[in-house]
Design a protein around this ligand. Structure first.
Ligand SMILES: [Zn+2]
Length: 118
């Protein structure tokens, strides 16, 4: 019997851990983008950024950033609705400041809780 068959415990992560990973150029860009999302999300699972800010912060082109976001989505590490303006955590990842149903300035109204749909 595997432990995950019996329990599904949660954990706590600090944004500072993930932001340090996001700032690590030895990691692949898609993983750094995931780390930025995990290091800056609010309780609704969304992290909004000014247009062009994320690519500039990584010193990458918009095209390189787009490819990294697509890769992270394909690997299940970012929500399918993620864009360069708003990185969204995958379903099942919860927590952060604010309220789980706070609207997103990019995506609008949040329709379902973070712990559903995975
Ligand atoms: Zn959003």
């Amino acid at each position: 019997m595997k432990a995950m068959d019996v329990q599904n415990p949660g954990g706590i992560h600090l944004h500072s851990f993930w932001l340090a990973r996001a700032d690590d150029p030895s990691l692949e860009l898609w993983l750094r983008v995931v780390a930025l999302a995990f290091g800056s999300h609010r309780a609704n699972g969304h992290s909004q950024f000014a247009a062009g800010w994320v690519a500039k912060w990584f010193h990458k082109s918009p095209s390189q950033l787009s490819t990294a976001i697509k890769t992270a989505k394909a690997k299940g590490m970012l929500g399918a609705e993620s864009t360069s303006r708003c990185l969204v955590l995958p379903p099942g990842v919860t927590g952060g400041l604010g309220h789980p149903f706070d609207p997103c300035s990019v995506h609008g109204r949040i329709k379902k809780p973070r712990d559903e749909g995975f």
